[in-house]
Design a protein around this ligand. Structure first.
Ligand code: X8Z
Ligand code: ZN
Length: 608
């Protein structure tokens, strides 16, 4: 084609594509562009107010934060009203359609000003109450201790059932009942906002983020799929605990008393030294970290080093200046629960974490840095698309990296282990450590939101709230509180995410997804081959693999601009959440547990 014809062709082509965009679409696009710029500045302001409050819980900071959040909500509401005139479903441009859909689905901002302020106040009060709980120390009752670090450490280290029971009761009493009134107030207002946005209730608002009407059913199916493996692990752990504590503390056929599982909520069991089947030469990583003089800073530098080794971004210098990586020692109250923040402009990203020198905390550092990498990879997108493909994606990134970090191969590479023992005993021990970290979390996270769905849906009421919570924890997880809890108690808000209004299904999704991401990255890194005992999922370390890093980067840089199935396909080739990668990872453990439980004559399941 000669150049004159080419120019005429291009001219007609442009005319044609322009005519495809209706006037409505052009107008909507104009508003959206404008909003994107303004929103970034406003987000910086609201996130700054939240950060100032969360890192210093004073009344003054709470007041300022509430005011700034209300201003932002009014702005978002105005934008949604301007865009409400368009029927975005008729838009040809898919991206624009998605942008307008997100900008008009505005959650609590839809409420009246009074209701908005009320729900904000209720959540803010719950979060502060949770963060400020202090309880008398077990040994010296004149001294007060907090969840982080003292109570967390007692659960991880103490093997005195009386001490554990004492802290359990003090903690749940302190962070539970005082928040009950605000919790139900918040539930009522969230349902009201849900109705105003066209949803049946708050449960549907949360589930909407997964953009698939069958999602709840898919989660139920995954629970069923992993149940046989979980039951074997549960039976084995209970048997070992019964041997250690004796029949007066642990009954070999009933739900496990949860205070013995190494974690305040028994969500991830931190009792490796009690249940590891084999005595080996492998050292305990907690003590290695201490011996090697690890500091919180060194942990964060290690994590950054891993991410950059696969070609992801280093932390900007402001990250190191503005993050809070240790619990401040100046008497101020702070939300210690770890979090990662995106201030939306100037590459300002930060982590706030009360880091301890333990392997558990080391893995949380990677978890948090995974959030930061997501922020950095999608910051070219308009602000409404700066989110995980679904909430579970955001939670899975750092955990995927931590799966590599936790391999003996990697720990040897970075000097945490002097040698790697490849014998079967070390391998089973390693899989069991991973098993008690990952598998109990599935029924825990499943129940945590199933329960809150039932609250939003009205089946759980203020009258039956507490017994139903523990009934569900027992039914799905086989764990029980150390003493009988009644409806005079209220225990769900003793977990951060219930007091702080954080949806929790995201973590269930992340615990399945991270194995899908791990498998896909391991294949790309040449570290995994099906049926090759030299290249298993449990052994794979994607450190320094640019191929794996590129695939992860591609997925992260999409943010929420496309449905999550598309983002998943980019890295794994799958379009669905799928527990098979997790089951494959743990397959040798499953076989071992079945054999061992038969030998031990361990009971499987739990009686009522
Ligand atoms: O809350 C978190 C992170 C912050 S997004 C520390 N996690 C859940 C929890 O602590 O309950 C990570 C795993 C589950
Ligand atoms: Zn997280």
């Amino acid at each position: 084609m000669n150049s004159k014809f080419l120019i005429i062709f291009i001219f007609f082509y442009i005319q044609e594509s322009l005519s495809l965009a209706s006037d409505d679409e052009m107008q909507a696009q104009f508003i959206v562009n404008d909003v994107s710029e303004e929103m970034k500045l406003r987000m910086f302001k609201t996130n700054t107010a939240s950060w100032n409050h969360a890192s210093n819980l004073t009344d003054e900071n709470e007041r300022i934060n509430a005011k700034v959040q209300a201003e932002y909500a009014a702005y978002v509401k105005g934008v949604a009203q301007d865009l409400a005139v368009f029927d975005y479903n008729s838009f040809e441009n898919k991206t624009l359609k998605r942008l307008v859909k997100f900008l008009t689905n505005i959650g609590d901002a839809k409420l009246s000003e009074t209701d908005f302020n009320d729900i904000q106040d209720a959540v803010s009060r719950m979060q502060s109450t949770f963060a400020k709980v202090k309880v008398p120390e077990f040994k010296d009752r004149s001294k007060l201790v907090s969840l982080e670090p003292e109570i967390t450490e007692a659960f991880a280290k103490s093997r005195n059932p009386e001490e554990l029971k004492y802290y359990w009761i003090k903690w749940y009493d302190g962070a539970g009942l005082p928040n009950k009134k605000d919790f139900f107030k918040y539930v009522g207002l969230r349902n009201k906002a849900a109705n105003m946005n066209g949803f049946k209730n708050g449960a549907d608002t949360w589930l909407d983020e997964y953009e698939d009407p069958t999602f709840e059913k898919q989660i139920d199916d995954i629970m069923d799929q992993i149940k046989p493996l979980y039951m074997q692990l549960h039976g084995y752990v209970r048997h070992k605990l019964a041997e250690f504590y004796g029949p007066n503390v642990v009954d070999k056929t009933k739900a496990i008393p949860m205070h013995l599982l190494g974690n305040v909520w028994a969500q991830q069991w931190n009792i490796g030294n009690l249940v590891l089947p084999y005595k080996t030469e492998d050292p305990d990583i907690d003590s290695v970290l201490v011996k090697k003089n690890y500091t919180p800073l060194k942990m964060f530098q290690d994590s950054e080093q891993f991410f950059t080794s696969i070609g992801l971004s280093p932390m900007p210098s402001s990250f190191w200046e503005k993050s809070i990586i240790e619990k401040p020692n100046d008497g101020r109250e702070m939300v210690c629960h770890a979090s990662a923040w995106d201030f939306s402009i100037n590459n300002d990203v930060r982590i706030k974490q009360c880091t301890r020198i333990t392997f558990e905390s080391y893995k949380t550092v990677h978890h948090e840095m995974g959030h930061i990498e997501y922020y950095l990879q999608y910051n070219h997108l308009p602000p409404v698309f700066r989110a995980g493909a679904n909430p579970g994606f955001h939670e899975a990134v750092g955990d995927t990296i931590a799966l590599s970090v936790a391999t003996p191969k990697h720990m040897h590479r970075i000097g945490l282990l002097d040698e790697v023992n490849k014998d079967r005993k070390s391998q089973i021990n390693q899989l069991l450590k991973m098993g008690i970290e990952k598998l109990p979390f599935l029924p825990f996270s499943y129940v945590f939101d199933k329960y809150r769905y039932e609250v939003f849906r009205g089946t759980v009421t203020s009258e039956n709230a507490n017994t139903l919570f523990w009934d569900m924890r027992k039914k799905h997880g086989g764990v029980a509180p150390p003493i009988e809890r009644t409806n005079k108690d209220f225990d769900v808000t003793a977990k951060y995410h219930a007091s702080a209004d954080v949806e929790y299904l995201r973590y269930f999704v992340a615990f399945i997804l991270q194995f899908q991401f791990h498998k896909a990255s391991c294949i790309k890194a040449g570290e995994y081959e099906m049926n090759n005992p030299e290249k298993t999922l449990a052994d794979c370390d994607i450190y320094q693999s640019k191929e794996a890093g590129d695939a992860i980067k591609k997925m992260l840089s999409l943010g929420s601009s496309v449905p999550w199935n598309d983002a998943l396909e980019v890295i794994t080739g799958d379009r669905q959440l799928d527990a098979n990668a997790l089951l494959e990872y743990f397959a040798p453990l499953y076989e071992w547990l079945k054999e061992e439980n038969t030998k031990l004559n361990a009971h499987i399941g739990w009686d009522d």
